[in-house]
Design a protein around this ligand. Structure first.
Ligand code: HEC
Length: 159
């Protein structure tokens, strides 16, 4: 091989390595945790999962059940709204994922806590859980989403 060709090949390889290195280092500003509210493929799946598995209790419009702060006769809480009026956005991604996957008692480490929130392990895949929660987040107003992003950042710094 001629020297000039060799030089060209080395330059091309160098450029490719550089591009790959830069793109893997660059922060992805849209994503601050597990959830992908800006990924349309994820939220499209999430909308379907939510409608099939969550809406019956949490409401088609994320409105939750009436009087959701008051425990029922068995001492259980009704389903809270997942919109800005609820407290879903007060929890980081990891916690929301754990609550949905293993249920409230296990997620909160309260063995005897009785809850009507089902555990979706074995029912939904991890990707489907992430999708449903991503769709929920995609419905929040920009300011709530920003606060939730910040919560994710500070909770991952603590870990
Ligand atoms: C059978 C009714 C029911 C269904 C269906 C249901 N939930 Fe719940 N969910 C609840 C109840 C009740 C609570 C409150 C639990 C408690 O605090 O004891 C809850 C709480 C939650 C919380 C915690 C919210 C917070 O602010 O603390 C999340 C997250 C959640 N549900 C997500 C989901 C997702 C995602 C689905 C669908 C995959 C789903 N739920 C389906 C009843 C339900």
């Amino acid at each position: 091989m001629k020297r000039s060709r060799l030089f060209l090949a080395a330059a091309v390889i160098g450029a490719v390595v550089l591009v790959v290195a830069i793109s893997s280092l660059a922060p992805k500003p849209a994503s601050t945790g597990l959830l992908e509210p800006d990924d349309v493929q994820v939220t499209t799946l999430g909308r379907q999962v939510y409608a099939m598995h969550c809406a019956a209790c949490h409401g088609a419009k994320l409105e939750g059940q009436p009087n959701w702060r008051q425990r029922d006769a068995q001492g259980r809480l009704p389903a809270p709204p997942h919109d800005a009026s609820g407290h879903t956005w007060h929890h980081p991604d990891e916690t929301l994922f754990r609550i949905t996957k293993v249920g409230v008692a296990k997620a909160a480490n309260l063995a005897s806590y009785e809850s009507s929130m089902p555990a979706y392990e074995g029912v939904l895949t991890d990707a489907e859980i992430v999708a449903a929660l991503s769709w929920i987040k995609a419905q929040w107003p920009v300011s709530i989403r920003a606060q939730h992003d910040e919560l994710n950042r500070s909770s991952s710094r603590q870990r």
